[in-house]
Design a binder for this molecule. Structure first.
Ligand SMILES: [Zn+2]
Ligand SMILES: [Zn+2]
Ligand SMILES: [Zn+2]
Length: 337
């Protein structure tokens, strides 16, 4: 992530809503990648009508967003919030807090994409090929919902669904333990599921299907059988020789989504490291192998720092040679878009 400044000149952060130096309310313009002053307590409609930066209505009304409205927005939303289809019930402060966690991760995903010159359209603008988000509850977070209605976090047909319970640290930790995972975050979900979406956009070209098959394996493998097999029998014992995570070994499509998620982790991580002078070279100037070498060097140090604080490793993954080649494939694909 790049570093930001308040218009007053002080350092500020991606999720800032106030400047810690001048105290003014600020909002991020995702089109200029810069923060702007927002007039506090003035309704966004008034600000917009006066030609001034207006905060997204989800920020003004619920405090869940710090981006400014798109200039042509009909409903007073920012770029990121315009991708929403279903949001949670907002009758409890707890749900608003959980929603805030999901929105922050979604904004980071979309901002990372903009930095990679990938600008997605929402499903409202582009009914065929656009992206939408559903943030849904089931009976695990709401007693009013029928226990038979189970909401899975996942992707289907242009829609990323995140179960609201992923925004709850205790629930997320329980899921992580149940699945025997070393890493589970809302941002990780967003990045993984966006991999399914981007593959939907890319796979129609035959040439890509061939190169994909060469790198990831046969897409025609029955997805539901493969996943059922993974969940009933577990990963293959040799998963670590070919895959970034056990789950990636379930099916080539899941391998792609896991790899895409990690690609975004690494690109964002290296950008943050460069901006804060932890590495000297801009990762845009590096080959994928150089990026991975820089990442490995950096994460060994950061893992040790985490251990010094009694925390789990920041990046608890090992990148083996077949995985390096998959990263190279993704890097090449993205640079050709
Ligand atoms: Zn300031
Ligand atoms: Zn917004
Ligand atoms: Zn997946």
């Amino acid at each position: 992530m790049i570093k930001f400044k308040c218009p007053c000149g002080a350092d500020t952060y991606f999720d800032s809503v106030n400047c810690m130096s001048c105290g003014r309310t600020i909002g991020l313009n995702p089109n200029t990648w810069a923060f702007e002053f927002i007039k506090e307590r003035s309704h966004p409609d008034i600000e917009k009508s006066q030609g001034r930066a207006a905060i997204c209505n989800n920020g003004f009304e619920y405090g869940v967003c710090n981006w400014i409205q798109e200039p042509d927005s009909q409903n007073g939303l920012c770029l990121a919030c315009s991708f929403n289809r279903y949001i949670p019930r907002l009758d409890t402060q707890e749900n608003i807090s959980r929603w805030r966690v999901l929105e922050l991760a979604k904004r980071r995903l979309l901002f990372n994409s903009l930095r990679l010159n990938i600008r997605w359209s929402s499903g409202w603008v582009l009914p065929n090929g656009g992206l939408l988000f559903d943030f849904l509850e089931d009976s695990r977070t709401s007693t009013e919902i029928d226990p038979s209605e189970f909401v899975s976090t996942g992707y289907s047909d242009g829609v990323i669904t995140i179960n609201l319970l992923e925004a709850d640290p205790a629930q997320r930790a329980a899921q992580k333990t149940a699945n025997n995972e070393v890493y589970r975050t809302v941002l990780g979900h967003m990045r993984h599921e966006s991999g399914h979406y981007i593959w939907d956009l890319l796979h129609s070209e035959n040439s890509r299907r061939e190169s994909f098959k060469h790198t990831f394996g046969d897409l025609e493998q029955n997805y539901h059988e493969a996943l059922t097999d993974f969940y009933s029998n577990g990963q293959s014992p040799e998963w670590a020789e070919n895959y970034i995570t056990p789950y990636a070994s379930a099916h080539p499509v899941e391998d792609w989504a896991e790899m895409w998620g990690h690609f975004l982790h690494i690109i964002d991580g290296l950008e943050t490291a460069k901006e804060h002078h932890l590495i000297g070279t801009d990762s845009n100037q590096m080959s994928m192998r150089e990026k991975l070498a820089a990442w490995q060097d950096l994460t060994i140090k950061l893992n040790e720092m985490n251990r010094s604080m009694g925390r789990n490793d920041l990046y608890p993954f090992v990148i083996c040679e077949p995985v390096v080649q998959k990263f190279e494939y993704i890097d090449e694909l993205i640079s050709g878009l």
